[in-house]
Design a protein around this ligand. Sequence first.
Ligand SMILES: [Fe+2]
Length: 247
Amino acid sequence: MSLINRIFRKPELIDYSAIGTDVHSHFLPGIDDGCKETEESLMLLKRMYECGFRKIYCTPHIQAEYFRNSRETILPVFENLCNAVSEVIPGLELQVAAEYLVDEGFEKQVKDGLIFLGNKKHVLVELSYFNPFPEFRNVLQDVLMKGYTPVLAHPERYLYWPVDEPVFENLHAAGVLFQVNLPSICGYYGSEVRKRAIDLIERGFVSLAGSDIHNARYADAVCDGLNNKKVQEILNSGVFKNPEIFG
Ligand SMILES: [Fe+2]
């Protein structure tokens, strides 16, 4: 290649193989506000595979009020989807965990036995978008004391906390891992959430990324986001430790 061509050559775009493993998604059909039918799940999982993902954790909601899932509701649906995926997308590994809302029912979930994310006792947790559960600090502390590692889903979406609110630093220092949503850095939830996600990354709090895909609109945002310069820059930076922790 000539010098001129080398200078003006567009940089190679990387895809999500830089992450490889998605640690947060709602592909299990019909049990939460995610995919509704197996066909929809397969279509979106195929897109994820084409964008570079090779392992995907299905993390349906478990909440005291709206999505009262349990092993009994999750595992049979997971098994069915695994069977379908092995036929249609044989190179894609599907795994199962859950996204627990820290609410009045969570302590009982901890007592009864959590569905962990991976095999090192990580647990994916989310907070309310409106008001954090008043006891959330004690609850997370208890989880840490038991030797589990909370993975806080989409901290950028808890708009009641400014990004310089000490709670982020305190949780991070206590050992909570932060997982930002790929749709956030791709702009799916708007410019404020995008900026907050980037701020939290730049402050050094974030170590994981998840798609949090519920339907085709999220998948469009995640896949099209690969054309975004800032998304490319973040993926290239190696900030996301998905392969090291969950690969
Ligand atoms: Fe989620």
